[in-house]
Design a protein around this ligand. Structure first.
Ligand SMILES: Cc1cc2nc3c(=O)[nH]c(=O)nc-3n(C[C@H](O)[C@H](O)[C@H](O)COP(=O)(O)O)c2cc1C
Length: 315
């Protein structure tokens, strides 16, 4: 029995704790099953699923930078059939809710994935990837209010299961995009995805990644993600799942204070395979040390304990 209550609810899903993997950094769970107990997670979020298998981009596809990872995996995945045949039977062995990350080149492809997986038992919800900076065709449905509203409305019409919209970080108006998704029936928002970037090999005088551009993740994007979660919390009432550079319990607590109901651990899994249970234990220890018995009491608390407002210069 936990000494502190870490349980949270997102839409129709009840999570025993707020920790889950960030899509794409945990495969479909198999690689980590020998390292951590998947039943200890609050939820399991899969790597992307698209209608047909995708081979991903040319190598190199991952480069370590200062305080960051740059990847251009290109949403490599086994497609709907491969996911149902090879991944679902494994995921069904575990108790946490399973949320499937969905990608497509156009609206029809997103609908195809959600419609095909909607009847699958133990698929409890969908996380809709509205932006991935390293796919050539550019998943940019997520950059306009109309685009987000449209795709949310269409997907809401084909599933009763939980619908999480994973928003693109590269917009000036996250609150408006969040409201658009909420207005069309999304159960939660997830923020943020990687931020587009590149790196160049000075000796070779060319880009390092095979795909030239990739997505930046890890500690370097934590401040960006925190601000995004903060702005979403001010704009919407549905739960927010925070993600971006979370490496320890204090990082996670910061996201909760900014407004996140749950958090995802991504790049940290590559550095430390037990990052998720470690973060969970550190959250629990933090709450105990601070005399808190319920994580939910902290959600958005920093909005209510801001100091005297002073004009802030952004640059
Ligand atoms: C190698 C890699 C693969 C990823 N694949 C996906 C994906 O398939 N779908 C998705 O929505 N996000 C994907 N992401 C983005 C992560 O889910 C997460 O939003 C991002 O990495 C920020 O979190 P982090 O700083 O904790 O890694 C990927 C990230 C990395 C590093």
């Amino acid at each position: 029995m936990n000494r502190v209550d870490l349980s949270v609810s997102i839409g129709n899903l009840h999570l025993s704790n707020p920790i889950m993997p960030a899509s794409g950094t945990f495969g479909y769970g198999q690689e980590y099953a020998g390292l951590i107990d998947l039943n200890d997670l609050g939820a399991i979020v899969s790597k992307a699923v698209s209608p047909l298998p995708r081979p991903g981009n040319h190598p190199p596809r991952m480069v370590e930078l200062k305080g960051a990872l740059l990847n251009s995996i290109g949403l490599q995945n086994p497609g709907i059939d491969g996911f149902i045949e090879k991944k679902v039977p494994f995921l069904q062995e575990f108790s946490p809710p399973v949320v499937v990350n969905v990608v497509g080149n156009d609206l029809q492809e997103y609908l195809q994935v959600v419609e095909a997986l909607d009847p699958v038992q133990r698929v409890n919800g969908f996380e809709i990837n509205l932006s991935c900076p390293n796919v050539q065709k550019g998943l940019e449905f997520g950059t306009t209010v109309e685009g987000v509203a449209h795709i949310t409305r269409e997907l809401r019409a084909v599933t009763q299961k939980d619908l999480w919209m994973k928003l693109t970080p590269t917009v000036p108006n996250p609150g408006e995009l969040g409201k658009a998704a909420e207005g069309e029936g999304a159960d939660a928002l997830v923020a943020i995805n990687t931020i587009g970037g590149m790196t160049i090999d000075a000796e070779a005088r060319r880009p390092v990644l095979g795909a030239k551009f990739g997505g930046v993740s890890g500690p370097a994007i934590k401040a960006v993600a925190l601000k995004y979660v903060w702005l979403l919390y001010e704009a919407v009432s549905i739960p927010i799942v925070g993600v971006g550079g979370i490496f320890n319990g204090t990082d996670a607590i910061e996201f909760v204070l900014a407004g996140a109901t749950a958090i995802q651990v991504g790049t940290a899994n590559f550095v430390n395979p037990t990052a998720m249970p470690d973060v969970l234990h550190e959250i629990e220890a933090w709450l105990e040390q601070h005399g808190e018995s319920n994580l939910r009491d902290l959600i958005g608390q920093a909005h209510r304990t801001q100091g005297v407002a002073t004009p802030i210069q952004n640059h």
